[in-house]
Design a protein around this ligand. Structure first.
Ligand code: ZN
Length: 445
């Protein structure tokens, strides 16, 4: 009786058995492809870790020192009062250090493993609820997904399919990561490319240098779609992008540790792995970074010791020799802030008024359509000293007039675990901001 009812209902839907089978297969594939179900052990290493906040503007210095020693991990850049992860075996020591400095802390998360598991459960439910959401496999991914964070393989296939689809796009591997993954660089030629060998204004985007900041590569892929479709602002602009600068770290954050930040370097003589790729560039190396391999801001053994930063910097240099790099944006999360150099000192960097002026244009543009507020700040003044970063190097070594670090959504309510349904809105608003920057370049250079 029941079966007959179902059959009748299916007939009413005018679907064939074959179509139903396809639907079931798609559902199964989607659950299998959903990072939340793939990564059931990626929070166990976080057991017992806590998240604290100190509501005191002078606390950042103290906490930054603790970070260099590998005891805490500063999360996001949404305010000048620090919010940070405390490693399980450092809880007592960190509490003592704060007390000694006359600071009191607030406990925000008492067990990070439980917290991540709960967030992933919610994300899973959200994923299954969205019945009309799109999907792709690791062998075919024609569009960037807006309902889930793609794996590195899916991103690779997406990039290869983008080349097939658009004659403006060129894709090359500029090097390999420590574990042998390709570091892909996309070049989108000017819309009115005459084929002539001329110097043009160029723009460089870098994403995914910090593993856990998943919204960064996700946004980068959507930006590629907007860029390829654009017919006016990129008329005479060469646009370059590395959508995944730290593929090993990204995959590790999907499978083993949701809060992984660094690359996957095995550090000689230490039980801690990874180098912070955004402290490894050859500019004021070491000033605002750590020499301790257990620190989240470990700078590495020497500038460009890592294959990822070596490949990125070499390609940026090459691009700047054939074109004029005017704008560089390194996509990070979180905090909703556009940061400009210097990070390594409190001195005023060259062209600071220009960086501020263009930055405000970005912030104005990015308010549409969701009224999202992005602030424009100097790295060292707004945050703490951070040296060996992409943007400082771009300014110092390549003389790029407008180099930025863009901290994407949000301001801390979800942090790195930004729900996937915010991928598209984030990309939309950022594209609106970037369009303003492109107009600025077209007018001023
Ligand atoms: Zn970052």
């Amino acid at each position: 009786m029941q079966i007959r009812k179902i059959k009748k209902w299916m007939e009413a839907m005018a679907w064939t058995w074959h179509q139903w089978l396809v639907l079931v297969a798609v559902m199964v594939a989607r659950v299998a492809g959903n990072p939340s179900t793939q990564t059931d052990n990626n929070y166990q290493v976080l057991a017992g870790q806590q998240v604290w906040e100190v509501e005191d503007h002078d606390a950042m210095k103290v906490v930054a020192e603790l970070e260099k020693e590998g005891m805490v991990d500063i999360l996001g850049h949404s305010s000048s009062t620090p919010r940070f992860r405390v490693h399980t075996d450092s809880i007592a020591q960190v509490a003592a250090a704060l007390t000694e400095a006359g600071l009191t802390h607030k406990l925000l998360i008492s067990d990070l493993a439980r917290h991540v598991a709960e967030e992933q459960r919610k994300e899973s439910l959200e994923f299954l609820r969205g019945s009309k959401t799109e999907s792709c496999t690791e062998e075919s991914c024609p569009k960037p997904l807006a309902n889930t964070y793609m794996s590195f393989e899916q991103i690779e296939y997406y990039l290869k399919e983008l080349v097939e689809r658009s004659q403006r796009v060129e894709l090359v591997s500029i090097g390999k990561s420590i574990e042998g993954r390709d570091i892909w660089r996309v070049h989108i030629r000017p819309y009115e490319d005459t084929g002539e060998d001329v110097r043009r204004n160029a723009v460089w985007f870098e994403a995914g240098i910090h593993a856990r900041e998943w919204i960064s590569p996700a946004t980068a892929c959507h930006l590629l779609e907007y860029l390829v479709a654009d017919k006016s602002l990129t008329k005479n602009l060469d646009v370059y992008m590395v959508p995944m600068a730290n593929p090993d770290g990204y995959e590790f954050s999907r499978t083993n540790d949701r809060f992984w930040r660094k690359n996957r370097r095995i550090n000689a003589g230490s039980s801690c792995s990874g180098v912070d790729l955004n402290r490894n560039w050859d500019e004021s190396f070491g000033v605002g970074a750590s020499s301790n391999p257990c620190s989240e801001v470990y700078k590495g053994t020497k500038p460009f010791s890592e294959p990822e930063t070596e490949a990125l910097s070499a390609e940026m240099q090459r691009v700047n020799s054939v074109d004029d790099l005017r704008l560089m944006i390194s996509l990070h999360s979180y905090g909703q802030v556009l940061l400009y150099p210097w990070g390594s000192s409190n001195e005023i960097a060259p062209e600071t008024p220009l960086m501020k002026r263009a930055g405000k244009r970005f912030a104005n543009g990015a308010q549409r359509p969701y009224k999202t507020k992005y602030t424009v700040e100097n790295i060292a003044a707004g945050m703490y000293l951070a040296s060996g970063t992409t943007d400082d190097w771009a300014k110092a070594a390549l003389k790029v007039p407008l180099p930025y670090t863009l901290e994407l959504r949000d301001r801390g309510s979800n942090g790195f675990e930004l729900p996937a349904n915010q991928i598209l809105p984030t990309s939309e608003e950022v594209w609106n901001g970037i369009k303003k920057l492109f107009s600025f370049i077209n007018k001023n250079f």
